[in-house]
Ligand binder design. Structure first.
Ligand SMILES: *Cc1c(COP(=O)(O)O)cnc(C)c1O
Length: 220
């Protein structure tokens, strides 16, 4: 199957309440253009350098999401291109994004990334850390970031009951944050969860943004 055919078949599995991010990391501009040619406008990259190299070569109506771990010294480079950063996992990173967004005259939308998986290696906040971040005076003073929801990655496992429990946990975190910190903010509405191996479960558990690479572009 071609990229275009795979995209079309995945779209048939997704309800209108979930948006599909085509994760184009490790794939060249030509592959992105093939997806673009069948209407895909939302793409995700996980490395700052790769995003900064590819984005200027591609149509300007592409909406780029940054989904990978973000180092503070890479924030300035990606700000001109990103419309949503999925991977905010510390106050210091959010402060850097706010400062660079101000410098660029932008307001940048961000998701708080939570650690929901069993593995030690996955990045992300826990509830206490998120609560401290959102109650900090530093956060209260930020004018150039807007928190639009949460993101998480489930454990890489064949145990789909575990994956489902982890997604349910992320949805609970989303609901708790919404109630306690964002009750009046309609922009707080995104639940970014689900990849190639677990997209159907993520959708069943309320995902609004699924991040799909392999099922669209193949292995790389
Ligand atoms: C690579 C990546 C994806 C997509 O993974 P696939 O299994 O290829 O669909 C999703 N989210 C993040 C954060 C990634 O790095």
């Amino acid at each position: 199957m071609s990229i275009a055919e795979r995209l079309v078949s995945i779209r048939q599995r997704i309800p209108h309440t979930t948006r599909l991010i085509a994760v184009s990391k490790n794939h060249p501009a030509e592959a992105i253009l093939e997806a673009y040619s069948v209407g895909q406008r939302l793409f995700g990259e996980n490395k700052a350098q790769e995003l900064v190299q590819k984005a200027p070569l591609l149509p300007s109506d592409i909406e780029w999401h940054f989904i990978g771990h973000l180092q503070r010294n890479k924030v300035r480079a990606i700000i001109p291109f990103v419309s949503l950063i999925h991977s905010v996992d510390s106050l210091r990173l959010l402060e850097e994004i706010d400062a660079e967004a101000r410098r660029a005259g932008k307001v940048v939308s961000c998701l708080l990334q939570f650690h929901i998986a069993e593995e030690e290696s996955k990045f992300g906040l826990d509830e206490d850390e998120a609560s401290a971040l959102l109650q900090s005076s530093a956060y209260a003073g930020m004018k150039n970031v807007r928190i639009a929801g949460v993101m998480g990655m489930a454990t890489l496992t064949d145990d789909m009951d575990r994956v489902r429990r982890e997604f349910i946990h992320l949805k609970e975190i989303f609901d708790w944050l919404k109630l306690n910190f964002f009750a009046d903010e309609s922009v707080f509405r995104e639940l970014s969860m689900g990849m190639t191996s677990d997209m159907d479960i993520a959708i069943e558990e309320g995902s609004t943004l699924i991040r799909i690479g392999t099922a669209i572009f193949g292995d790389r």
